[in-house]
Design a protein around this ligand. Sequence first.
Ligand SMILES: [Zn+2]
Length: 307
Amino acid sequence: MATPLSAAEMLSALKTEGLGVHEHVGWTTHNRDKATGKAFGPVIGVLIHHTAGHGDRELCFDGRYDLPGPLCHAWLGRTEGLWLIGHGRANHAGLVDHDVLDALRKQAPLPHDDHAHADGNDCLYGLEIENLGNGKDPYPDAQYRQAVLWAAALCRAHGWSERSVAGHKEVQPGKIDPSFDMDDFRADVRKQLAAGPTGTGGKPAGKASKPRVDLSRLIDAAKTDPEAKQGHVSYLTGTNLTEAALVELGHLARTYAGDGSFGSATVTAYARWQRHLGYTGAAANGIPGRTSLVKLGAASGLFTVIA
Ligand SMILES: [Zn+2]
């Protein structure tokens, strides 16, 4: 759960990740919030679509006779690059499975989508990729790469892992988009998140875009979650970033990461990191301290720390 990025933050996040960005005239105020009386957010993830057509950028901006635009937040052309289309609520997800939304919220593996009851336009950013989606229309490498960067940019900006990424076909029964494998796509987003941003966004690369972990909230989570009910979540984004860093550096098995709960496996892994730094005894008890956390963020390249 997170507050949606402002238009300026969106632009900066995408550019920092390494994307060239085109801005459709009017995109910053183009949304369905007023017309529906439903504000966009809090956001929980990103959704990938194919457009099932070609030359459909303006269609995605204007909408169809039965579905007003914007039909996505960004449109990714086969050769025309990434275009920002809307900002706020967009008609891209429709009614989706609430169990899948719950899993995205918890960054857990996605269950089968067999319901269409929950409003996916409330809480998901949407990318439409220009492709026929018939399995025969190839995605050029450069286009696919931009889709990975788009998803990674938003995940990084929100402190999410690749588990906050889904395909339309995974959330709404009957949908088939996108026409590539979403597990492969998530693996590519994970690699990009670990590799770090490649663009500048007009600022020093990486620096401004790195999410921040709040030390005091993380300490609370490490003290609360292991004793609480299984899967208790005190500080989702900070815990996920810490776990991703521990996974990246080989101190935590991937199966324990990404649920937002600072459970006993995470405490054990954090103690391993502390011992790796040379701490012993009570100083290596698995409860994060400022120095060890700053070093973890720097060594993984995933975050900075606020006290
Ligand atoms: Zn779709």
